[in-house]
Design a protein around this ligand. Structure first.
Ligand SMILES: C[S@@+](CC[C@H](N)C(=O)[O-])C[C@H]1O[C@@H](n2cnc3c(N)ncnc32)[C@H](O)[C@@H]1O
Length: 286
């Protein structure tokens, strides 16, 4: 008989979420059920699934972070179903105006809800980029607030490619994507094919090697990395173009807004969802 292992991790600080996911992926996590994470400002629960017993080093790392967690071992026959349970089609943006509010993300095993008009097929096999995370939804919402039709877009840290697909559905002329984690590339490429998105080009993973400038640059990456990449992000944005930055944790915003040089931009709006912020800026000069 074979088994799967479910690590149920509780944490209070949203900033820990990326760190937990990164550790678990390093130690061969097979899936995360973000959708059944109980989320409020002070308490979170993340289910992480493993096909073999989680490595002792991972357990020690979680202990070092002072996390509370339980490990459940179950018969393997339940594994796929248990992971899929609770993962349902969802509307990517709840409050936008225009056609955009009708974009839904529908896992391949689910029926398409009648009210879903535009459908992105995306299987939540990866930790990030299936649209269930607030930071992704904020960028999707922000894209709804600028003119995307006929524009060129650069998606930095594309992950599963979801935001590039959204931009394409919104009428972008061409989209360039990049991600420094090469293991994401085949997932994104598969998602582009599955959603019949043909106007996307994979760029070299190193942002500094991209020569072009774009009408819209989006980057949903944790705030510290946005700060590190700021010169590149700024230089890749055309004059009067838009820079959309997400992944900024509210409690770290004072540090972020101080460290990121917005002197070449007007900040048009800051979108908020639970503990996350997304900046929409327009470049005024180069
Ligand atoms: C938070 S995920 C966002 C995924 C997807 N864009 C979304 O919004 O759902 C961040 C992504 O940025 C990538 N990343 C991190 N640092 C990067 C860098 N310096 N250059 C390019 N991509 C990076 C990660 O590999 C990951 O896929």
């Amino acid at each position: 008989m074979s088994y799967y292992y479910n690590l149920k991790i509780q944490f209070n600080e949203s900033a820990l979420e990326d760190q937990i996911m990164t550790y678990c992926l390093l130690f061969n996590a097979s899936g995360f059920s973000e959708d059944i994470m109980e989320t409020n400002a002070s308490h979170r629960l993340m289910n992480v699934y493993f096909e073999s017993e989680p490595d002792k080093e991972l357990i020690q790392k979680l202990k070092d972070l002072n996390l509370t967690f339980d490990l459940e071992k179950s018969e393997n026959k339940d594994w796929t179903e248990s992971w899929k349970q609770g993962i349902e089609p969802f509307q990517l943006v709840e409050s936008a105006s225009s056609d955009f509010k009708n974009i839904w993300v529908v896992p391949s095993w689910c029926e398409t809800p009648e009210k879903a008009q535009t459908i992105i097929t995306m299987d939540p096999g990866m930790a990030f980029g299936t649209g269930t995370h607030e930071t992704t939804q904020l960028v999707a919402e922000a894209l709804g607030s600028v003119e995307v039709k006929g524009k060129t877009v650069l998606d930095v840290g594309t992950g599963t490619g979801l935001l590039a697909i959204v931009a394409s559905f919104m009428g972008a002329e061409k989209i360039a994507v990049t991600d420094n984690d090469v293991s994401t590339h085949h997932v994104a490429k598969e998602n582009f094919v599955n959603n019949s998105v043909e106007n996307v080009e994979f760029k070299n993973a190193d942002l500094s090697l991209i020569d072009n400038q774009y009408d819209i640059v989006v980057a949903n990456i944790i705030d510290g990395v946005l700060i590190d990449l700021q010169d590149e992000l700024v230089s890749k944005t055309k004059n009067e173009g838009f820079l959309i930055l997400s992944g900024i944790c509210k409690e770290r915003d004072p540090v972020f807004s101080e460290a990121f040089d917005f002197s070449k931009f007007n900040i048009l709006s800051i979108h908020k969802k639970s503990e996350w912020l997304c900046y929409v800026c327009q470049k005024i000069l180069d």
